[in-house]
Design a binder for this molecule. Sequence first.
Ligand SMILES: [Zn+2]
Length: 122
Amino acid sequence: MLIRPYLDDELRPKACSEFLAHVQNCEECRRELENSFIVEYALQYLDDDKIDNFDIKELLDESIVQRERRMKRRQILTVLTWLSIIVMGAVIAGILVRLLLPEVFSYAVDVFHDISSSYNLN
Ligand SMILES: [Zn+2]
């Protein structure tokens, strides 16, 4: 089950989205997540007096919303990173083509001249 990795924030964005989508529709997993969340929260705020009057469902919903937001940001960041890599690759390729194409072109002209002049000599 993915509840432990979810609570430890070890799921990749895609797996996390799938997990949260499943939990929204699966009563059993939802309850298991709630129970784990309660234990997690209780351990974290053991000395806190607020623990007596907290709404665990509300807290869990809030934490899920926050997690979804963070995963979305992370996914957007991943897309942006790939886009910038692609754009940079295209720019570098463009620069290389501009630098190398005249070389290739003048080399081809040289070869053509060599061939035609050798034909003229014979
Ligand atoms: Zn389930």
